[in-house]
Design a protein around this ligand. Structure first.
Ligand code: RUB
Length: 367
């Protein structure tokens, strides 16, 4: 992504690997501070995923793949048996960071498989190559989603999006924001409504920042204003990302997505989910099988931001001792979804069929 920091323009990925180190934009600090975090081992990378220094389904998939590469490199001098045990333990640590986005599990599986043949040196090389390939695959997938999604966007289209499914949630470009970037760059006069997305405010902190960097006309709105703008006839299209999509098309995405889908249906608006094929979980038959992350209630009771003197600070917004609940995601039933913007094309209902076809899975062969 092209970023302008203090008047200097640079091209950056959300995260990348430099030998054993993983480097990433620290998303906990955006948009107030721009810092690159250096993670020296897989445990530090796991912590960065858990604490959401890196977040978004695609980006945490890449981070988890890099984590396995780091573990393999950390275990360089070990005997084969110890090497295998160390890498498996690292996989276990990384798997426990965040439960909902399936990209994380897919990436770990891919790297573990790559690291399971040959000598220790060969296994290290294969794990690193596979982790780097996952990043490149993601980049390619986001470009394709951008092209396919752009065909759904007309001139003067007004698009509503939820959370951040942009370059920061991916390696670059994003999922939901990829078609928006392509449409804008091709000269279409679009406008984006970015939902704030409480409690972590990824819309306010990350999506608004990305759209500003890209020069896309946009407005930040509070989560409960989406229905108002839809009813006023000021929204033409909704595009969101996804963390896990079941075999029947039921989709887990950031909490509040379900409400937007229901509102879109009520107002006769197309509701699209943009996601690469790596976000589909064919082993999950319906949304009921998707684990929903329950996060710390502190995220509801406290907010981070800068004060009038530009000091980055945390403030409580509820009374001390307030009980809060904090589900990170919800599931939108497939019937509310108009289509999936994927890296292999736009999938239309009936989704059970179009998803299986896109994944090249014949009936009865799910593994
Ligand atoms: C992020 C979120 C995003 C999807 C899309 O949640 O719900 O919409 O992950 O991601 P969180 P992508 O901020 O809690 O990780 O664009 O990578 O497919």
């Amino acid at each position: 992504m092209r970023i302008n920091i203090n008047g200097k323009t640079q091209e950056l990925w959300t995260l990348w690997r430099e030998g054993v180190d993983v480097k990433m934009i620290d998303q906990r600090l955006l948009p107030h501070k721009f810092e690159i975090l250096t993670l020296h081992c897989h445990c530090e990378t796991a912590e960065a995923i858990r604490d959401m220094a890196v977040r978004g389904a695609g980006a945490i998939g890449v981070a988890a793949g890099y984590g396995i590469a780091q573990a393999a490199l950390e275990a360089k001098g070990m005997e084969l048996k110890d090497f295998q045990a160390f890498v498996s333990e690292a996989a276990n640590t990384l798997q426990k960071t965040r439960p909902t986005a399936v990209n994380l599990f897919h990436a770990i599986d891919r790297c573990i498989k790559a690291a399971s043949k040959g000598s220790v040196i060969e296994r290290i090389a294969s794990a690193c190559e596979e982790a780097d390939r996952i990043a490149l695959d993601d980049l390619e997938a986001s470009k394709k989603m951008g092209e396919f999604g752009n065909t759904l966007i007309g001139d003067r289209c007004r698009i509503l999006t939820h959370c951040n499914a942009g370059a920061l949630a991916f390696i670059d470009n994003g999922s939901a924001l990829a078609p928006i970037r392509v449409a804008h760059r091709s000269g279409k006069r679009i406008f984006v409504y970015a939902d704030e997305t409480r409690p972590r405010s990824q819309g306010a902190k990350l999506t608004a920042w990305e759209l500003k960097q890209e020069g896309v006309p946009y407005a930040l709105i509070v989560d409960n204003a989406a229905g108002y703008y839809m009813r006023q006839g000021e929204v033409d299209l909704v595009i969101v990302g996804a963390d896990r999509i079941a075999a029947n098309g039921d989709t887990a995405n950031k909490i509040g997505t379900y409400e937007k889908a229901v509102l879109a249906r009520e107002n006769g608006l197309p509701f699209y989910v943009a996601a690469p094929m790596t976000t589909f979980d064919i082993k999950c038959l319906t949304g009921k099988g998707i684990e929903i992350e329950e996060r710390n209630p502190d995220e509801v009771n406290w907010v981070w931001g800068v004060d009038e003197d530009d000091v980055y600070t945390k403030v409580r917004i509820s009374a001390e001792g307030t009980t809060a609940l904090n589900p990170g995601f919800d599931v939108t039933p497939a019937r509310y979804i108009t289509g999936f913007i994927t890296d292999v094309g736009v999938l239309k209902p009936p989704f059970s069929r179009s998803i299986r076809k896109a994944l090249h899975i014949e009936k009865g062969n799910v593994n």
